[in-house]
Design a protein around this ligand. Structure first.
Ligand SMILES: CC(C)(COP(=O)(O)OP(=O)(O)OC[C@H]1O[C@@H](n2cnc3c(N)ncnc32)[C@H](O)[C@@H]1OP(=O)(O)O)[C@@H](O)C(=O)NCCC(=O)NCCS
Length: 206
């Protein structure tokens, strides 16, 4: 009797094992057929592309330890300018830097200060030369605007800096004044963020 029960159990286990293996083989077959379907492949590629786009670039506040990475994408600092390297270190230590980065490392940074008549002022926007014309500058400006805690946000650039002016125009900033005497022969053009309204305009409308 004991021998019969043992044999029965072994047969039952063999049947179960066979059933499991068959089910796995069928599932594998169905999965392979699904993955080979061109529509499924296309959907997979689209999901992957969206994940790459959404998942890789982040904009965050830099901390003190980020300064060498930030300096590595700043063309002035990378050319050996010690004053720029020192500024980057101080900006990072003071928590003034917004850093855009992806899996490859830093892509660009902005510096937001409140030393200009106690209003927000973007002292610097710099995008790694290899990451330019990919929208990083525009996204950094938007993130800096969102981070700004004062009613107005300004920035400035040399009249000769056409890429920066084109970027500012593209994101809707308004030119609000020209300052002579800072860089000889290359005046500084000031811009105001569209989120803010010049007082004169508000008063004129009111
Ligand atoms: C100016 C600078 C920040 C632009 O950053 P960026 O990431 O390349 O800019 P974006 O890709 O977000 O550009 C957005 C739009 O701005 C305009 N633009 C930016 N750079 C341009 C250029 N070199 N030529 C023409 N248009 C330009 C375009 O309209 C662009 O849109 P498009 O690419 O769809 O045509 C970048 O060139 C840089 O780091 N320069 C050196 C540092 C500097 O001069 N900083 C400013 C003074 S603090």
């Amino acid at each position: 009797m004991t021998g019969d029960r043992g044999k029965e159990r072994r047969v039952q286990e063999a049947v179960r094992r066979h059933g499991r293996e068959r089910a796995f083989a069928e599932a594998e077959h169905v999965i392979s057929a699904l993955l080979a379907d061109p529509q499924v492949q296309q959907a997979g590629a689209q999901v992957e592309a969206a994940e790459t786009e959404l998942g890789t670039e982040v904009i965050r506040h830099a901390n003190a330890s980020d300064w060498p990475g930030v300096a590595s994408i700043d063309s002035i600092a990378a050319s050996g300018d010690d004053a720029r390297r020192a500024s980057i270190r101080r900006w990072c230590e003071q928590g003034l830097v917004l850093l855009a980065e992806d899996a490859s490392g830093p892509l660009g940074y902005s510096v937001l200060e409140y030393t200009f008549f106690e209003q927000g002022f973007i002292t610097m926007v710099m995008i790694a030369p290899t990451a330019r014309r990919q929208g990083v500058g525009a996204r950094l400006l938007k993130a800096t605007e969102a981070a700004c805690t004062s009613p107005k946000l300004f920035t400035s650039t040399n009249v000769s800096n056409h890429p920066m002016q084109l970027l500012l125009q593209r994101v809707g900033w308004s030119p609000v004044g020209l300052l002579y005497g800072l860089d000889e022969g290359d005046p500084e053009l000031f811009y105001l963020c569209p989120g803010a309204q010049p007082r004169g305009l508000v008063e004129a409308e009111g």
